[in-house]
Every structure is written in C-alpha cells, then in structure tokens.
Design a protein around this ligand. Structure first.
Ligand SMILES: C[S@@+](CC[C@H](N)C(=O)[O-])C[C@H]1O[C@@H](n2cnc3c(N)ncnc32)[C@H](O)[C@@H]1O
Length: 331
C-alpha cells in the first residue's frame, strides 16, 4: 500500500466535501504563513507552502521600480489583494486600481485591503469570468482606461481564449504600459503532472483538452525544455497575435517549488487544480492516484526533503513558473 497513513489522514479531511471545499482545504496549505515569523514579527513573511511568490514578486517589483508610470493599474484574478499589497509601496500617490475576479468574497476582501490605504484609489471592482469572452468583446468595459500596468499573476489558467485575452489586455494598455504575466509550467510541474496522469488512465477527451491549453501556452510563449528565451518568445507571441505593437521586455523561467510539512500536505497540494471538480471520480481514487504517482516515481515530480534554507526539513515537489513583462509600444 502506498502511503496508507498519509492517505487516510487526508481522506478524513476531504471525504464528503464539495469540490470547492476540497480546493479550499488544499489551498490553505499553499499560502500558509510561517508561525515563527509571525511571533518574531518578521516583516518578510515566509509562505510555507510555496516559494512562487518569493520568486515572482522580486521580478515584478524590480521592473515596476523602473517602470514609467504606475498611475492606473488593473489586477486580473486579483484574489484578496494580499499579493498586490506587496507592490503597494511602489504605486504613485493617487494611483487608481481596477480589479477583476470571479469570486465575490475576494472582491470584497480586496476592497477592504486597499480602501483605507492612503494614496490609493479603488476605481472599479468587477465580478467577471475571464474564461468567457464578454469582457474582451465589450468595448465599454473600462472604457476610457489606458492602463499603465496590468497584473495577471497565476490567473491565465482560467482563460480558454488566449488570443482574445492577450489582445484585450494589450488594447487596454497605454503606449509604454506593461502586462505582467506569471503562470506555472504545468507540463513540468507537480500539479499539472498529477492531473495529466490521472486523466491519462481515465478520460482521453478531458486529457486532450487539458494538454491542448498547456501546449498552446508553451507554443505561444516559446517555452522549450524548461526555458524561456525572450527573443524567440517575442517572435512567437507576435506571430500568434499578428501584431507588432509591443515588445517582450523580460522573460524568466523560475524553478519554484511547492512545500509541505508532511506527505499528506504534498498529496493535498495536487488538489489546487481541476482534480476536485472531476466529479465522475471519487475522492479516494484521486488521493490514491496522487499517492501512487509520487511513491512509484518520486523523480517525476522531484519529490525531495529540503536539506537547508528557510524551508529546511520540509518535503518539496517541483512547480516551475514563467514570468513575462509585455510592454506596449506606439503602433
Ligand atoms: C491562484 S489565484 C491568484 C491570485 C493573485 N493574482 C495572486 O497572485 O495572488 C487565482 C485567482 O483567479 C481567480 N479566478 C479563478 N477563475 C476565474 C475566472 N474564471 N475568472 C476570473 N477570475 C478567476 C480566483 O478567484 C483567484 O482569485
């Protein structure tokens, strides 16, 4: 039996739950603040479940520091604002933020986070599903806006019309404005591999759909062998969109990871994906599949124990991410 105890432990948590409850329980492991740092009031709060933020926030910050203007910002898939708060000191006095999410609760929390912040104006919070084309085709949405900065951090997964989405974003930028796009390389990462191997054995149609989205992202952003080359990526995005009014100002591939205190945590993290919503299959089979995958082939997801650093002694799996800055230029 693979990880019998770890599976039982996790199933006591996940069994008889709705998909969004399973997702939330899994996600709670991801952005888990380090309690020791809270006690010692360390300003740089370490997240125990992932170092994605530790890596992409400096990327975005260093470019925002040099960015010409940050007066109008659009935050896509904004969540509760916790991440954007990490850039708030770089915004100009009087900066206006517009924000989009599908989840009402997040929009309300985002509002609470920023509404009392001096110097920042919350312009428009919009409940919208970025998977539908409505916002892209509705020219009145954010009419008159020419954003200096658009953030789309770990939200592109919910977009099925990549061309429509990128065009919409570019059209909403003023000349010299930038989109910051951050997303995980699901082909090489633990979460993507968990979903793909689960579907491989059960649902070829769904697997095809899942792979197609990832492959499109790889092709459009020219992600090859866990690398992204800025020049080739720019050529390929231009070809895909059939427009040249932008440059790819920066592109980096970061070897971020997911972390857990226990193997149950690691198995749980596979559920911050579409897995909870594959409702044809029961939760026991899903947990069993992930446990089997990591125990039979730990190298496939680089399952390790951290030997040093801030997350020493924690289990980790690979979850690389790509960070891009696309800057609009005069057409
Ligand atoms: C992984 S979180 C990233 C949050 C934030 N950008 C950050 O970097 O911390 C993904 C966000 O996308 C939102 N989201 C999920 N599906 C969406 C959809 N179809 N349309 C709009 N937002 C969506 C979620 O509610 C969540 O806030």
């Amino acid at each position: 039996m693979y990880f019998k105890r770890e599976k039982e432990l996790l199933l006591t948590e996940f069994r008889n739950r709705y998909p969004n409850e399973v997702y939330k329980l899994a996600f709670s492991r991801l952005l888990k603040p380090d309690p020791f740092r809270i006690i010692s009031k360390e300003p740089n709060l370490l997240m125990l479940g992932t170092d994605e933020r530790d890596l992409f926030v400096p990327f975005v910050r260093s470019r925002l520091e040099r960015h010409e203007g940050c007066a109008e910002l659009l935050d896509i898939g904004c969540s509760n604002g916790e991440t954007t708060l990490l850039f708030a000191d770089l915004l100009e006095r009087g900066s206006a933020i517009s924000y989009i999410d599908v989840n009402d609760a997040y929009l309300a929390q985002y509002h609470d986070t920023f509404s009392s912040m001096p110097g920042i104006k919350l312009k428009r919070g919009l409940k919208c599903d970025i998977d539908t084309l409505t916002i892209y085709s509705d020219d009145k949405t954010f009419d008159g806006n020419a954003f200096d900065v658009i953030l789309s951090q770990h939200s592109i997964y919910f977009v099925s019309n990549l061309r429509g989405f990128l065009n919409w974003c570019l059209n909403k930028l003023r000349d010299g404005g930038s989109i910051f796009l951050v997303f995980a390389d699901e082909a090489a990462g633990y979460t993507g591999r968990s979903v793909a191997t689960f579907l491989e054995e059960r649902d070829q149609v769904e697997l095809e759909r899942f792979r197609r989205r990832i492959e499109l992202r790889h092709r459009v952003f020219s992600i090859v062998d866990s690398c992204v080359d800025c020049k080739s990526s720019e050529i390929s995005i231009r070809r895909f969109l059939d427009r040249h009014d932008f440059t790819l100002a920066s592109a980096v591939y970061q070897r971020s990871k997911l972390y857990g205190h226990t193997l149950s945590d690691i198995i749980a993290l596979a559920f911050i994906t579409a897995l909870p919503w594959l409702e044809k299959y029961d939760i026991t089979g899903k947990v069993d599949h992930v446990a089997k995958m990591i125990s039979a082939n730990p190298e496939f997801v680089s399952l390790s124990v951290e030997l040093d650093g801030e997350r020493k002694r924690m289990y980790s799996v690979i979850e690389p991410q790509v960070c891009l800055q696309i800057t609009r230029k005069a057409s």
